[in-house]
Design a protein. Structure first.
Length: 307
């Protein structure tokens, strides 16, 4: 006579192993951003290359620093000492903005071109998470990397200048007075927070939208519609409102300007008008437009297939 064996009760360990893993809400976003670093190494390599060129050119210019310290008057000395630091910061942060534009143009277009979109869509990551992660790379991660590299470059430049002066028996006091690295760093952080993260958001959103829609030459499809609007408005109405709007978005409003005239020299402002900037109507209009572009790009990605 066969007896039916009683099944053994499932152990707590087995039940835990068979339970589906719970994914944290921010985990897909984290891995989506890491994915962009793996695929686009230019995100950090290009700013580092620009910083290397700035340092090389600066090292050559330091050979004449002792002569300038001995012969220039205080006003000339201030201008010549501060100019390389401003130029270096402009080049590195400007390159971060340009890289962000070209990255956005290829972010969604590239995965359709190499057909990797079929693989990425099979993962449990929503289209909006993917698009928003790409926007964060262009509007936050890339500028932050540019900011860190810029500040590190300025510190290295200041140390190089100090070493050259000490070797030639000169005091480094005037140098540290004329080049306030801490104040410059605060101004650069303000520029990162206002310009790259908030003010330029519509550009990144528009480029991502075009990247997901265009089948080829995404750059032309991104540039031609604004250019066509400017031309049609100029010939039809004899006005340039749209062109002025684009220039306003590129340059920023008056309270966004970080420089002021001081004699014949342009120097950074020491008071940061962040609250005044946040009250600018153009800022919130641009953010709303950027949100529309991002939602449209995410909706479009859901139905767009490989090229």
């Amino acid at each position: 006579m066969n007896t039916q064996a009683n099944p053994m009760p499932q152990s707590p360990v087995d039940s835990r192993e068979s339970a589906p893993a719970v994914m944290r809400p921010m985990r897909p976003m984290y891995w989506s951003i890491r994915r962009e670093f793996w695929e686009y190494r230019v995100i950090y390599l290009a700013p580092l290359a620009i910083a290397g060129m700035v340092l090389f050119g600066f090292m050559v210019s330091t050979l004449t620093l002792p002569y300038r310290m001995r012969t220039f008057d205080p006003e000339q000395l201030r201008a010549t000492m501060l100019q390389p630091y401003q130029l270096g910061a402009t080049l590195i942060l400007g390159s971060a903005f340009v890289i962000g534009i070209f990255y956005c143009l290829d972010a969604l277009h590239g995965e359709r071109r190499d057909r990797s979109i079929l693989f990425w869509k099979s993962l449990p990551v929503s289209d909006f998470t993917t698009v928003f992660a790409k926007a964060c790379i262009a509007g936050a991660v890339l500028p932050m990397l540019g900011l860190v590299i810029t500040i590190a470059t300025l510190l290295i430049m200041l140390l190089l200048n100090s070493v050259v002066l000490l070797v030639n028996g000169l005091s480094v006091g005037p140098l540290w007075e004329q080049v306030p690295v801490l104040r410059i760093s605060l101004i650069l952080f303000y520029h990162f927070l206002t310009a790259h993260m908030l003010w330029y958001a519509p550009f990144y959103g528009w480029m991502l939208l075009v990247s997901g829609w265009a089948k080829r030459v995404a750059f032309l499809w991104a540039a031609l519609p604004p250019f066509a609007i400017c031309v049609v408005e100029k010939f039809a109405f004899k006005t340039s409102h749209f062109a002025n709007l684009l220039l306003y978005r590129l340059n920023g409003p008056q309270n966004f300007d970080l420089t002021t005239a001081h004699g014949n020299q342009v120097i950074p402002l020491t008071q940061l008008a962040l609250l005044k900037f946040l009250s600018t109507p153009g800022l919130w209009t641009g953010l709303a437009l950027a949100a529309v572009f991002l939602f449209a790009a995410a909706w479009q990605r859901r139905y767009r297939g490989p090229i």
